[in-house]
Ligand binder design. Structure first.
Ligand SMILES: Cc1cc2nc3c(=O)[nH]c(=O)nc-3n(C[C@H](O)[C@H](O)[C@H](O)COP(=O)(O)OP(=O)(O)OC[C@H]3O[C@@H](n4cnc5c(N)ncnc54)[C@H](O)[C@@H]3O)c2cc1C
Length: 384
């Protein structure tokens, strides 16, 4: 497999190849899950992707990646999403790998890259803190240099799946005197070091998907610093570029719409003018979103960078997804508020899981309010 130059294939052939693989290899009962997937569940699929050489689509060939160009990368992600393939804890692949390739020392690359690719090392992202979420540069967890070590004290929060991680990539304050964005450093540390306490947080749906992580005099060697001391902000920001395009994809709301339509037909609601009015309005909104998404995809395929206007895509996708899952629960009426999958008018549906799953979408990856600030400042050039 490694010999194929994927970028040289016609787009349609490459798409068909990815589609065939996911359709035959991805477990049917894990399609379009209504919650984030845990690593122990995702492991067999991860291993299949590793074996095929497809786990790291954005990495270069010599490091076991597919070296996809932006156009092929979009196709790869689209086919995964279209089939409802869940994203495993892939922050090592999407974030840590590229960061190390750009800023890591040879020793860091040698140690971490291959283990990250195979999934022997699973990364959690230790960025957010209380009072340092949207305003990330306000982070206070400190790392003080003592001899050959950093000594870390503080707290992180909303750290996705920290309880399953083997390592955390961490932003810490290493200079209290400097301006907010300066004086921050980027460290790679084990999750089980003495002084680290990981406390899972149970969300409203009853899942423990994220954690609080406490650091009490945690000692790590100085060679765990990535990039230069006090320049971690540059390292951390280097990669946020395409996230808004991926989160802005219309696939998840489209899937919710499909479920809503099935339910409405089963309940005879397609003859109810009031319901049809709402259904059509939201469907048209979603069609518009899909066409806007297509425009951004074309931009990426042409190799053009995305501008700040892509924020509108993230806001739109998450808001329409929430409206759809609201309507799904409402349409389910008394059945809509019962936990778990159950049969309604002959259709097997879980109403509350997608409803809960859509809630945090307007928060993570940059909240809707913050995205609106970006649009008003950089696109509309309104006074701040
Ligand atoms: C499911 C999920 C998973 C996450 N996983 C991780 C993870 O793995 N690692 C990690 O580090 N973080 C993670 N996060 C944290 C996430 O990045 C933050 O929640 C997010 O950045 C918002 O920060 P906050 O929660 O501190 O809210 P705050 O920043 O306190 O914001 C509270 C409210 O005020 C609004 N607001 C804030 N500033 C402004 C402003 N300037 N103008 C207008 N409105 C404003 C916000 O939009 C929001 O509505 C996760 C969050 C969620 C929901």
């Amino acid at each position: 497999m490694a010999e194929i130059d994927y970028n040289a294939l016609p787009d349609a052939d490459f798409r068909a190849m990815v589609r065939e693989f996911v359709e035959t290899e991805y477990p049917q009962d894990m399609r379009f899950l209504s919650r984030r997937i845990r690593m122990d569940e995702a492991r067999p699929w991860w291993n299949k992707l590793v074996k095929k050489g497809w786990i790291a689509p954005n990495w270069p060939r010599e490091l076991g990646g597919m070296a996809l160009d932006p156009g092929k990368m979009v196709i790869y992600l689209e086919e995964m999403e279209r089939h409802g393939v869940m994203r495993a804890a892939d922050q090592g692949i999407t974030q840590v790998g590229p960061i190390l390739m750009k800023y890591g020392t040879d020793a860091q690359k040698d140690y971490f890259l291959e283990r990250t690719r195979t999934g022997d090392i699973i990364w959690a992202q230790g960025y957010s803190e209380p009072n340092a979420g949207s305003d990330l540069a306000n982070l206070q967890t400190s790392a003080v240099i003592e001899g050959d070590e950093f000594v870390i004290n503080g707290m992180k929060i909303w750290t996705s799946f920290a309880q399953e991680s083997t390592h955390i990539y961490l932003l810490v304050r290493t200079d209290r005197e400097a301006k907010k964005q300066k004086g921050i450093s980027f460290l790679l540390i084990e999750s089980d070091l003495p002084g680290i306490t990981i406390r899972p947080i149970r969300n409203i749906a009853g899942h423990e998907e994220f954690c609080q992580v406490f650091f009490d005099n945690v000692r790590v060697p100085r060679d765990r610093l990535v990039g230069k001391l006090n320049e971690g902000w540059t390292v951390a920001k280097a990669l946020l570029g395409h996230e808004r395009l991926n989160i802005g994809s219309p696939r998840r709301p489209q899937y919710a719409l499909m479920r809503l339509e099935m339910l409405a037909r089963a309940k005879g609601l397609m003859d109810d003018a009031g319901f049809v009015d709402r259904f059509v309005a939201i469907k048209l909104d979603l069609e518009d979103l899909a066409s806007l998404y297509g425009r951004y995809v074309e931009q990426v395929k042409r190799g053009e960078p995305l501008g700040p206007d892509v924020s509108q895509l993230k806001i739109w996708a998450m808001e329409v997804w929430q409206q759809l899952t609201d309507l799904l629960v409402e349409t389910g009426a008394e059945d809509g508020v019962i936990e778990g999958a159950h049969d309604v008018a002959g259709v097997e549906l879980d109403f509350l899981a997608p409803f809960y799953y859509a809630r945090p979408g307007t928060i993570y990856g940059g909240s809707s309010e913050v995205q609106r600030n970006i649009l008003s400042k950089y696109v509309l050039e309104l006074p701040s």
